[in-house]
Design a protein around this ligand. Structure first.
Ligand SMILES: NC(=O)c1ccc[n+]([C@@H]2O[C@H](COP(=O)([O-])OP(=O)(O)OC[C@H]3O[C@@H](n4cnc5c(N)ncnc54)[C@H](OP(=O)(O)O)[C@@H]3O)[C@@H](O)[C@H]2O)c1
Length: 316
C-alpha cells in the first residue's frame, strides 16, 4: 500500500484505559453508493468513545477505530450522491452506534448523515457539535416537544451534552434549570441557564417541582428520582439506554412519561443544528483540542467526567 491508499487512524487491539489507543496506518476506504468519503479535519470525543474504548460496548472486541463526530471536506462521492461534491465542507454524525470511525484522516459516511458546515464556524466548532446537538435536539424536540414557557431541567448542564441542551431548550423558549458544581454556575448563566443548582449541596429532585421536561444525563437512581419533579404528563428523557426497570413502573404510577433514547444519525436534525448555529443560538464551548496522535490525552481528560463543554481531535 502506498501513502495515497492509506491513512492515519486511532485504533486499539485490546480494551482498556487511554494507553491502549495508538496511531496506525490503515487502508483508506472508498465510498460505496450513497456514501461520501470525508477528509476529517476535526472530530469530537464523547463519553461513548471512552466507554467503548474500555468496554467494547455495542462494538464488541477490538480492533476498531472510534469516533462518531466529524467535520471536514468531501474528498470523493459514491454513486448516487447528489447533495455534495468534492471540496464541500460538511459536518455530521456517523450512524450511531455501528458507523464509528471518524478518529482518522478519512471516513466514509452515508450522505444522509451529513449537511453543509455553516461558513460562520470553523472545523473545531463543527466537529464538536454533531453527536451532542443531535442528541439534545432529538430528546427535546422529538421526544419532549419543548414549548415556550415550559420548565426544563438539564442534569450535568456543563457537560458536552448538557451545555448544548441548555441552548436548544432556551432557543425553544423554555425556562431552564441546570445542575453543576458551584464553580460552574457563572458558565451555566452565560449559556442561558435561568436557575443553576449545585448538585453537591442540593438534591435537585427534592428542590424543584412542576417541571415539564427533564433531560437525564446521569441515569441510575437519578432517572427514577427525576420523575418526581414532573408535572402530570411531564417527561423524563434519559440518554442512558440501560437502567433500573422501576423507571417505567414509577412513571406509570405517577402519571408521567419515561423514555430512554439513543441518538440517531439524521440530516434533518443536522440541518436544524446548522440553523441554530447560523442564528447565533448554539455554540460549543471547547474544553480542549488535541492532535489526532494525542487522542489518548483527550480520553484521559474525558475519563474524569469533569470537563466543561467538548473535547475535540484535530486532524491535520
Ligand atoms: N443516549 C445517547 O445517545 C447519548 C448521547 C450523548 C451523551 N450520552 C450520555 O450522556 C452522558 C453525558 O454526556 P456528556 O457528553 O455531557 O458528558 P461529559 O461532557 O463528560 O460531562 C461532564 C460534566 O458532567 C458534570 N457532572 C458529573 N457528575 C455530575 C452530577 N452528578 N451532577 C451534575 N453534573 C455532573 C460535570 O460537572 P461538574 O464538574 O460540575 O461535576 C462535567 O461538567 C454520558 O453518560 C453520555 O454517554 C448519551
Amino acid at each position: 500500500m502506498n501513502d495515497a491508499n492509506t491513512m492515519r487512524a486511532i485504533s486499539q487491539d485490546v480494551l482498556g484505559g487511554p494507553e491502549v489507543l495508538r496511531e496506525v496506518r490503515v487502508g483508506r476506504p472508498a465510498p460505496r453508493p450513497n456514501e461520501v468519503l470525508v477528509r476529517v479535519r476535526a472530530a469530537g470525543v464523547n463519553p461513548t468513545d471512552w466507554k467503548h474504548r474500555a468496554t467494547g460496548g455495542f462494538l464488541g472486541e477490538p480492533p476498531f477505530v472510534l469516533g462518531w463526530d466529524l467535520s471536514g471536506e468531501v474528498a470523493e462521492t459514491g454513486i448516487g450522491v447528489a447533495a455534495f461534491k468534492p471540496g464541500d465542507e460538511v459536518f455530521g454524525m456517523l450512524p450511531y452506534p455501528f458507523g464509528h470511525g471518524s478518529h482518522a484522516e478519512y471516513v466514509t459516511v452515508p450522505a444522509r448523515a451529513l449537511t453543509h458546515k455553516p461558513a460562520s464556524i470553523d472545523h473545531v466548532q463543527a466537529g464538536a457539535l454533531p453527536l451532542v446537538s443531535l442528541t439534545a435536539w432529538q430528546a427535546l424536540t422529538e421526544y419532549a416537544d419543548v414549548r415556550p414557557g415550559q420548565r426544563v431541567l438539564v442534569h450535568a448542564a456543563a457537560g458536552g451534552l448538557g451545555h448544548v441542551a441548555v441552548q436548544i431548550a432556551k432557543a425553544r423558549g423554555a425556562y431552564v434549570i441546570g445542575t453543576a458544581s458551584a464553580g460552574k454556575h457563572d458558565f451555566l448563566r452565560e449559556i442561558g441557564v435561568d436557575e443553576p443548582i449545585d448538585y453537591r449541596s442540593t438534591d435537585v429532585t427534592e428542590a424543584v417541582r412542576d417541571v415539564d421536561v427533564v433531560l437525564d444525563t446521569l441515569g441510575g437512581e437519578t432517572s427514577v428520582r427525576s420523575l418526581r419533579v414532573l408535572r402530570p404528563g411531564g417527561i423524563v428523557v434519559s440518554v442512558l439506554p440501560v437502567g433500573p426497570p422501576e423507571f417505567y413502573e414509577e412513571a406509570e404510577r405517577l402519571g408521567v412519561r419515561a423514555v430512554r433514547m439513543l441518538v440517531e444519525a439524521d440530516r434533518a436534525g443536522m440541518e436544524a443544528v446548522a440553523e441554530l448555529v447560523e442564528s447565533g443560538k448554539l455554540k460549543a464551548t471547547i474544553a480542549g483540542t488535541f492532535p489526532l496522535a494525542d487522542a489518548a490525552k483527550a480520553h484521559d481528560l474525558g475519563d474524569t467526567s469533569r470537563t466543561t463543554g467538548k473535547l475535540v481531535l484535530l486532524v491535520d
